[in-house]
Design a protein around this ligand. Structure first.
Ligand code: FE2
Ligand code: FE2
Length: 274
């Protein structure tokens, strides 16, 4: 089971993010090379902040790109909202993401031995993330009644801190509620975003993997109470095993894209291989 985990594309209807970043171009640059790689992909995950300001046009642009990608790869798509998203505009463009029980964009998808649960942590008008009691009950119910061997949760706000104090202050605030819901089932991984830098951690027995952003990178070594960001693209490529384990690679690209310093068939490189 191969997953491409994108986060925080921050697509804009128009203009440049922080005055310099064309987030449509950075997302396209992230995709560049994916089909050429020949990798089989089963699922594309986008863990929130799809649009920077929640405009319908931004969702339409991104949905068009993602639809092309998943049809070319022949894979499934799971996208959840983040604090920059507009729930109404997002769900009007992305079909099948409204949840009649929780009223939020909570979703469940079964693929092989795995089930993927998308949890909507958008707290309208706030940068921090939250979940409601109704979402916790729904999640508990989904986990308790699951027939899948393993589960993975996808949410924008990670339930763990960032080394960047400023980002931790706008993290996920219902850790106790999530923790009690997770007790109902075997969640192996929590895939998240929001921090714009890679993190690997643990929450209630689940491995937490935070993907960076396809728009720009926040420096985890930012001075306390500062947020310092740089141009650059990051996303994750994961292989989940039938046993419930994971092999993870982080893909980093400079932006603007530079020419490769090495780009030749292995047979022509004169290296010894076993
Ligand atoms: Fe973001
Ligand atoms: Fe965010």
């Amino acid at each position: 089971m191969n997953i491409v985990h994108f986060s925080d594309p921050h697509i804009m209807a128009e203009g440049l993010l922080h005055g310099v970043i064309d987030t449509g171009k950075t997302f396209s640059a992230a995709l560049k090379g994916l089909s050429e790689s020949g990798k089989k992909v089963d699922l594309v995950v986008v863990s929130g902040d799809l649009a920077n300001s929640g405009e319908s046009e931004a969702y339409e642009k991104l949905y068009f790109t993602l639809e092309n990608l998943v049809s070319a790869l022949g894979c499934a798509l799971l996208a959840v909202p983040g604090n920059h998203d507009n729930r109404k505009n997002f769900s009007a463009v992305f079909p099948g993401v409204q949840n009649g029980i929780t009223g939020r964009m909570d979703q469940q998808l079964e693929l092989g031995d795995w089930q993927f649960i998308g949890l909507d942590t958008l707290a309208e008008g706030h940068d921090y993330g939250e979940m409601t009691l109704s979402q916790a009950e729904w999640l508990e119910n989904v986990l308790r009644n699951s027939t899948s061997r393993h589960s993975a949760l996808v949410m924008h706000h990670p339930p763990i801190d960032s080394p960047t104090v400023g980002m931790s202050k706008i993290g996920f605030r219902n850790k106790d509620l999530l923790s009690s819901a997770l007790a109902a089932g075997n969640v192996r991984f929590i895939l998240a975003g929001h921090y714009h830098h890679f993190v690997f951690s643990d929450f209630c027995g689940a491995k937490v993997i935070v993907a960076s952003s396809t728009a720009y990178q926040i420096d985890p070594m930012s001075p306390e109470d500062f947020l310092r960001g740089y141009q650059g693209i990051g996303f994750n490529f994961m292989t989940l095993t039938d046993e419930g384990n994971c092999h993870l690679s982080q893909v980093n690209k400079s932006y603007p894209l530079s020419s490769p310093v090495l780009d030749a068939p292995i047979a022509e490189l004169g290296i010894s291989i076993y």
